[in-house]
Design a protein around this ligand. Structure first.
Ligand SMILES: NC(=O)c1ccc[n+]([C@@H]2O[C@H](COP(=O)([O-])OP(=O)(O)OC[C@H]3O[C@@H](n4cnc5c(N)ncnc54)[C@H](OP(=O)(O)O)[C@@H]3O)[C@@H](O)[C@H]2O)c1
Length: 305
């Protein structure tokens, strides 16, 4: 496969060719990705990121690396930055490091990973290993994966933030059954970010966690935006409604627009191993966001299926 370095114009052209850009005028102004501020700093974060669970857990062969490098470069060429990984995702951190070593720029990326182990020393060693694998001196966001040994790791993360080795701290989980515990720990440890599950198929976060994060000034990353692909099965054979076409040109964009239009959500991290899906997902970062009435129409429609 040939190397391809994407610029923003080519991403838009690819989106139009693939029929995945919404039905809006693609002027220069609205090709810029929508961003939201990180409350802890005011730094602007583009709303579409990239997840790596399973899809980046591959052998670093030239072909596998090239596809993932293209996906990563599409992200940054579209004005996006955040990539989310974890030591739990086996080879994913190494694949990110291998892509950076092969020449992809580190600077536009916002590298988010996690600590997923017990104990201070083991945790600190794992965090250092993540930095080494990703070929970076500074990790933008370190998160406690699934609330595992939170108190211990938050203390290390604070020290590393002071030392400039981590820029932001976070807590993650992926099931509604953990939302109560996550809320408790968010109040107790005051992380800069939380990462939780939220989608048209899993809306529990609206009850408590999203309003709480907004009140406490905590940035929110959303995982499982497609319920690991299950949302596409739910709409299989159903045409995208006409009324959605001003803001979404595909079901993927419909699902992502619902998420990023929640005022508490900072960035969503859909995972993909396919370049055309990345083009589709990135196009969600442009155009208009549904207002509360439209969000209701979207959820009513989805619930009626
Ligand atoms: N505890 C935690 O911290 C935690 C837990 C879960 C997830 N996460 C994070 O959140 C990320 C996202 O969650 P997830 O990976 O579970 O699931 P997801 O993003 O909801 O779904 C990924 C699936 O959707 C497909 N897909 C992506 N874009 C598509 C498109 N435009 N059209 C059709 N299909 C599309 C992908 O297949 P293709 O490869 O074919 O595109 C993949 O099978 C993870 O990768 C991880 O970084 C964190």
């Amino acid at each position: 496969m040939n190397e391809k370095n994407w610029n923003r114009r080519e991403v838009v052209a690819a989106g139009i060719a693939a029929g995945v850009l919404p039905n809006i005028a693609m002027t220069k102004e609205n090709t810029k990705m929508i961003s939201k501020p990180i409350p802890a700093s005011g730094e602007s974060l583009p709303v579409i990121g990239l997840g790596t669970y399973e899809v980046f857990d591959v052998e670093s062969t030239p072909d596998a690396l090239q596809v993932r490098r293209e996906i990563l470069e599409l992200l940054t060429a579209s004005g996006g930055s955040l990539i989310d990984t974890s030591p739990m995702y086996n080879r994913s951190e190494k694949v990110i490091g291998d892509i950076i070593e092969s020449g992809a720029a580190r600077e536009p990326l916002f590298l988010a990973t996690k600590v997923w182990t017990d104990g201070q020393e083991t945790g600190a060693r794992q965090m250092q290993r993540s930095a080494d694998l990703m070929q970076t001196d500074v990790i933008d966001l370190m998160q406690v994966h699934n609330l595992r040994d939170t108190a211990v790791h938050m203390e290390t993360m604070r020290e590393w933030q002071e030392a400039g080795k981590i820029r932001y701290s976070g807590l993650t989980h992926y099931t509604a059954s953990a939302h109560e515990a996550l809320g408790r720990e968010m109040a107790q440890f005051k992380p800069d970010f939380i990462q939780i599950n939220y989608s048209l198929g899993e809306r529990e976060a609206e009850d408590r966690l999203l309003p709480m994060a907004q009140d406490q000034g905590v940035a929110v990353l959303i995982n499982r935006p497609f319920q690991a692909g299950r949302l596409f099965a739910a709409v299989s054979g159903t045409a995208l409604p006409d009324w959605a076409q001003d803001f979404a040109a595909s079901w993927g964009q419909f699902f992502l627009k619902f998420i990023i239009s929640h005022p508490a959500v900072t960035c969503v991290i859909p995972a993909t191993s396919k370049v055309h899906h990345m083009v589709d997902n990135l196009a969600t970062g442009q155009g208009i966001l549904p207002d509360p009435a439209m969000r209701k129409r979207m959820s009513d429609f989805f619930a009626s299926l």
